[in-house]
Design a protein around this ligand. Structure first.
Ligand SMILES: Nc1nc2c(c(=O)[nH]1)N[C@H]1C(S)=C(S)[C@@H](COP(=O)(O)O)O[C@H]1N2
Ligand SMILES: [Mo]
Length: 315
């Protein structure tokens, strides 16, 4: 018997949507007279009726060329070195205490401040975006992140004229995170972007995934998603955002500068010193697919690198 099998990327958009999000979105749209499909603003009363902020309305501008990775694959295959170097950090990450959680904003800003994650969310609002994620180890996934553009946090921070970089820092707590007891690593995990990168609409601060608050192993309660760069730039469990004049010395750069640079933009033509980046293994499938320049986001980000051709932009 001949069975026509669809390729992963051929499945209809509503099937690529996690069930919970799709069903509640339908209820939301069905119940709201005058709420246009695709509208980003849901009436307050309806949100309250849903019991909170998740699932957030999906921003239809961000589409995928492949199916969403089911959570059973992406949620049990994580890099979170604070909780160990294996991919199965889920049980260990239970120890991460995510509430209360405040984020400190400091450095070259009008006035440093601290803000609780929940207050921050209420100030900026949430939306859902489908993003690809490409790890430098050559595995990839596609996930529905919930969050808000990093540019909204930058606007709240009111950076001074001299600010050229945004630096992000993960918590430091050896009692909670056994990985941080290892002296081999330059804790705390640190990452950075240029101000121009931070202002790009794709740079996204994430507080949820699959239509609910972030499970710990994904970097709760707030992490970054910069989908045109290798996954290690997408720092988890952020406690501090600093505006600086100097380029931040990032965690992986401190560990192995020749292999993990500051820019780390995805490029299939530029191999990692120890392996090719030409293709990627899609979590939850048996497929290897070609990797795309800037992970497929070149139209939105290539201009950021004009005039920077002398920099080591890709590894
Ligand atoms: N604080 C912190 N952030 C981190 C990491 C980490 O070990 N610690 N790993 C990075 C790497 S290498 C990748 S690929 C992604 C993995 O995100 P995921 O586990 O949600 O898929 O998180 C990044 N952010
Ligand atoms: Mo990674």
């Amino acid at each position: 018997m001949l069975i026509k099998r669809r390729r992963a990327w051929e499945i209809p958009e509503h099937l690529a949507t996690p069930e919970s999000v799709f069903l509640s979105r339908r209820a939301l749209l069905g119940g709201a007279a005058g709420l246009a499909a695709g509208s980003l603003v849901a009436p307050r009363a309806l949100l309250a009726a849903e019991g909170g902020l998740y699932p957030a309305p999906r921003n239809p501008a961000y589409t995928l060329d492949r199916a969403v990775t089911p959570e059973r694959f992406s949620g049990d295959y994580n890099n979170f070195y604070e909780f160990g170097t294996s991919k199965s950090v889920l049980p260990a990450a239970n120890a991460l205490k995510t509430s209360p959680w405040t984020v400190k904003i400091d450095g070259l800003v009008e006035k440093p401040f601290e803000i609780g994650v929940e207050d921050l969310i209420r100030k900026v609002g949430l939306e859902e975006r489908l993003y690809r994620h490409r790890c430098v180890e050559a595995w990839s996934m596609a996930v529905p992140w919930t969050g808000f553009p990093l540019s909204k946090l930058v606007a709240l921070a009111k950076p001074a004229a001299g600010a050229q970089y945004v630096q992000f820092q993960t918590f430091l707590d050896k009692s909670m995170a056994p990985g941080q007891r290892s002296f081999f690593y330059p804790w705390p995990y640190l990452e950075g972007l240029t101000m121009a990168e931070a202002g790009n609409d794709l740079a996204f601060l994430v507080t949820g995934v699959y239509g609910k608050p972030l499970p710990n192993q994904f970097g709760a309660p707030i992490r970054l998603a910069v989908p045109w760069k290798y996954g290690f730039k997408s720092i988890k469990s952020i406690v501090k955002v600093s505006f600086t004049a100097e380029r931040p010395k990032t965690f992986w750069e401190g560990l192995q500068a020749a292999e993990y640079g500051f820019w780390a933009n995805v490029n299939p033509a530029v191999p990692h010193p120890r392996w090719s980046q030409a293709t990627e293994r899609v979590l939850g499938t048996n497929e290897r697919v070609p990797t795309l320049i800037y992970n497929g986001y070149g139209d939105q980000v290539a201009d950021l690198y004009k005039g920077l051709e002398k920099e080591r932009l890709f590894v």
